[in-house]
Write a protein that binds this ligand. Structure first.
Ligand code: DQA
Length: 146
């Protein structure tokens, strides 16, 4: 059974009240419940964490290889400028899938670029909560081919 670490970055704890026209009305708890449901269907485990702190996210990525088989990462706004998280992902031996709830390519110019994307296995953007489930599904297939 594969074990995945799902990391949600800054401000994603505010899901539900934050900019609902973009992020919807469901909360982080709703997202975690959906991820757990998909993980149960897939027969894998998903540990969900959220942090507003860049260094904490980096610590989690650095320690991940000892306890997990893959990472689903929504770095929030750090996606657009955190070379420190990018370096941690680049150094991480696990496959990392970058996920965004919104379509960052259809929003403000500063969101159009992710500095994480070039070092991730791939990116899912704009598919809302479903993107996390698709990322887990993909990791299962990716690891079965490894
Ligand atoms: C986000 C997109 C980022 O630009 C934004 O800063 C977020 C959420 C998303 O999931 O769509 O916090 O990562």
């Amino acid at each position: 059974m594969h074990r995945y670490l799902v990391i949600n970055g800054p401000n994603l704890n505010a899901l539900g009240r934050r900019d609902p026209a973009i992020y919807g009305h469901r909360t982080l708890e709703d997202l975690v419940a959906m991820i757990q449901k998909v993980a149960a269907e897939l027969g894998c485990s998903a540990e969900c964490r959220q942090s507003n702190h860049e260094g904490e996210i980096i610590d989690w990525i650095q320690a991940s290889a000892a306890a997990f088989d893959g990472i689903v990462l929504n770095p929030g706004a750090y996606s657009h400028y955190s070379y420190a998280i990018r370096d941690a992902v680049a150094d991480c031996p696990l496959p990392v899938i970058e996920v965004h709830l919104s379509n960052i390519h259809a929003r403000e110019a500063f969101r159009n670029r992710s500095v994480i994307a070039p070092v991730a296995v791939g990116q899912i953007a704009g598919l809302g909560f479903e993107g996390y489930g698709l990322a887990l599904r993909y990791l299962e297939s990716y690891l079965s081919k490894a």
